[in-house]
Design a binder for this molecule. Sequence first.
Ligand code: VGL
Ligand code: ZN
Length: 195
Amino acid sequence: MSHTNIHPGDALLLVDVQNDFLPGGALAVPEGDAVIAPLNHALAVFLRHRLPVFASRDWHPPGHCSFRQQGGPWPPHCVAGTPGAAFASKLNLPCEALILSKATAAEQDAYSAFAGTELAALARARGVTRFVVGGLATDYCVLNTVKDALAAGFQVWLLEDAIRAVNVRPGDGERAVAEMQRLGARLIHAEDLAP
Ligand code: VGL
Ligand code: ZN
């Protein structure tokens, strides 16, 4: 079995692991719940090493511009404060996790965890140079978060067993992964993270 070692400078970044993106949710990602077990493993490893954990959440006002009634592409989802916007209950998110709420303004959408948040500054203040990234959805918020991380000069290890795609068009998830790799992200498996 191959091992991947994490070091000081690494941070775990969980993207939008929220009820509305899980099976039964308002914008269910196929197999979205499959990310939880590998992410819980990654969480345990990062906590053991006392390395930072960040978690983004889609946190829309009612009537957000991305909702169909407003002419957007999506059913209403992740309305701030509702059960659908809550983090998956089976995700072992520690109380020390730093939470980034995004797309909180009615007239703007934001797929990236860096968009309009303090993520880059909070990470730099903690000496972060590399993000280990997993969550939902591969072809939207994970893709845009990873692009922004790389553009901001962070390295990225993408947890390929801890991401799932919406696949509005078949193959969107695979194309997103290829794009992230092309831009410099390295694929790893959560279960390979050495304890
Ligand atoms: C997302 C669609 C709409 C995501 C958020 O988290 O990937 N996708 N809002
Ligand atoms: Zn959204």
